[in-house]
Design a protein around this ligand. Structure first.
Ligand SMILES: O=C(O)COP(=O)(O)O
Ligand SMILES: [Mg+2]
Length: 228
């Protein structure tokens, strides 16, 4: 019997990226002369990828731009963000040990993120954790992305797994998991504008110390029992 796949979201789940995303976003929108976004705004801005982050920031500042101007801002974001990696971005506490526990139990790990694939790949490379993951799917890797369940289902298929658990910080992750009929764990330390308790995850953890192979197996077994 193969071990379940453990799928991680990236921003706000594996890696604390908000300070660098904020700096890059503020650099990107600087030419249109709006007030920079604040750190507290990031929970609302992050989650659906860089384009939506920039769009939401402009909407927050009631500023509209032409499609052409938008592409310039987007390119400014990409260049600045890629160049500054890893910046202040860091793995959340306890993640190294948690990944070792899962790996020792034979559980493969994957990333399913709405971050653009090349940015996700570059960031985990710079943080030295690439070899831990069998599959990395970004927000532009296939035609859809979270909260579309197909993003998670394709991650599972490409990993060659039969069962999986999704770990994430926002409604995109938990909704996608539920619709993919994959049990989910929500983390409390990420970026969400909806209280974590209201996301509807099967389990909540506030530290990676609590992420164990036993927890993964319990969630997979419970999900199996619910199947008709
Ligand atoms: O980049 C984003 O907006 C979200 O990325 P995530 O799916 O890894 O949280
Ligand atoms: Mg996230």
């Amino acid at each position: 019997m193969t071990q379940p796949l453990v799928i991680f979201d990236l921003d706000g789940t594996l890696i604390h990226t908000a300070p660098d995303l904020m700096a890059s976003l503020n650099h990107a929108i600087e030419p249109v002369g709006v007030e920079p976004v604040h750190y507290d705004d990031m929970s609302f801005l992050v989650g659906r990828g860089a384009r939506v982050m920039i769009q939401r920031a402009l909407e927050m500042r009631e500023r509209s731009v032409t499609a052409e101007e938008f592409e310039t801002l987007f390119d400014r974001f990409l260049a600045f963000y890629a160049e500054s990696m890893p910046g202040q971005s860091a793995l959340y506490p306890g993640l190294d040990a948690a990944m070792s526990r899962l790996s020792d139990a034979g559980m493969p790990m994957a990333i399913c993120t709405n971050k653009l694939e090349h940015l996700a790949v570059r960031l985990i490379e710079r943080l030295g954790i690439t070899s831990s993951f069998v599959t990395i799917l970004g927000g532009d890797s296939i035609a859809v992305r979270k909260p579309d369940p197909e993003h998670i289902l394709e991650t599972i298929r490409r990993s060659g797994a039969e069962k999986a658990v999704m770990i994430g910080d926002s409604s995109n992750d938990i909704v996608a998991a539920r619709e993919a009929r994959v049990p989910s764990i929500a983390v409390t330390f990420g970026y969400t504008d909806i209280p974590v308790e209201q996301l509807g995850a099967d389990h909540i953890i506030d530290h990676f110390n609590l992420l164990t192979p036993e927890l993964i197996n319990t969630l997979v077994d419970a999900a199996d029992r619910k199947k008709p």
